[in-house]
Design a protein. Structure first.
Length: 321
């Protein structure tokens, strides 16, 4: 189900817009809306120039009177729910939040509610007019850390473009199995697994994917990496690290069966058995503010379960040279 409201905008064309296509001028007048959406409204007769409908490519002149009847559809399939959100930054344009483990980002098959999207609609009902309540990128259910959410049409379009052009920096902490000797760059395409349809895999026909990593801390049988994404494919870090034989600790999908390190202390054995999610945390997020252009960054603390595991790893044995 969905509800629709009409928002009317009026403007008089000034000299700097004279001679432009109608859709180009509207995109400059009302940047909160995408050019494709504006073109759809023009074709539907929801835009008039001096009281008459026009085509998107028609040129406009100084002093033309423009009226736009923007048809805003709020999709109500996803219902608001009072889900606690750890908001790290909020203004009228964006939200930055720290997602906990176990929280699905948006409804999907098998998970119709109880998601971040449900919680966002409760936090700010106005987000119902945006695709997926302003969510522009995802974290897997059991991955923790920072996400940015748009609160306006203009912010949504700007952030989507910034993500597509790699202008948003996303830095992760990843605890992997095995000792990684040095940092590196993984450039391997990722696509749907040929037989396990809910999984991803390195595949020659997949989409380009690039992951950068460097060593933060070496333990006896594990390594804490700092990872930066150049692209944003589904399960990218998990798939890429598994491809180089250093899967994420605790990863139930790509990590294989749990193998306890030889000589591990009882405390470490217990921690590893109890850690049943991928050890991945989106620790830092940096971007240009979609309205002001100011460069901003945020850092999220390491969640308790991962912090406890790192402490136990450090205490279990000396770090290799």
């Amino acid at each position: 189900m969905s509800s629709t409201r009409i928002q009317t905008h009026q403007a008089e064309i000034e000299t700097e817009l004279a001679g432009k296509r109608l859709d180009q001028a509207l995109a400059q007048l009302w940047p909160d809306y995408s050019r494709r959406q504006l073109q759809d409204w023009i074709r539907a007769g929801q835009v008039t120039v001096n009281g008459e409908t026009r085509r998107p490519r028609d040129k406009i002149q100084t002093h033309d009177q423009i009226i736009l009847h923007a048809q805003i559809t709020a999709h109500s399939k996803c219902q608001p729910e009072a889900i606690p959100l750890d908001i790290r930054f909020a203004d009228e344009h964006i939200l930055v939040l720290n997602k906990p483990a176990g929280l699905v980002v948006h409804p999907a098959a098998g998970c119709p509610d109880g998601t971040l999207q449900n919680g966002l609609l409760h936090y700010d009902p106005a987000l119902s007019i945006l695709p997926r309540a302003g969510i522009v990128h995802r974290l897997d259910k059991d991955t923790t850390g920072l996400m940015v959410v748009a609160r306006t049409q203009r912010a949504y379009q700007t952030l989507v473009t910034a993500l597509a052009t790699h202008a948003v920096q996303r830095n992760y902490l990843a605890l992997v199995t095995g000792v990684v000797t040095a940092g590196g760059r993984i450039e391997q395409p990722i696509g749907r697994h040929p037989t396990r349809r809910t999984c991803m895999a390195v595949h020659p026909l997949g989409k380009p994917a690039v992951t950068h990593y460097r060593v933060d801390t070496r333990f006896a049988h594990h390594t804490l990496l700092r990872v930066q994404l150049e692209t944003g494919r589904t399960h990218q870090i998990r798939v890429h690290m598994a491809a180089i034989r250093h899967p994420l600790c605790g990863d139930p999908v790509y990590g294989g069966r749990l193998q306890l390190p030889a000589g591990a202390s009882p405390a470490l054995q217990q921690q590893l058995r109890q850690f049943k999610r991928q050890a991945l945390h989106a620790q830092r997020l940096s971007l240009a503010h979609p309205a002001t252009g100011q460069q901003l960054s945020w850092t999220a603390p390491i969640p308790d379960d991962l912090s406890d595991l790192l402490t136990t790893l450090a205490a279990d044995t000396n770090t290799p040279d």
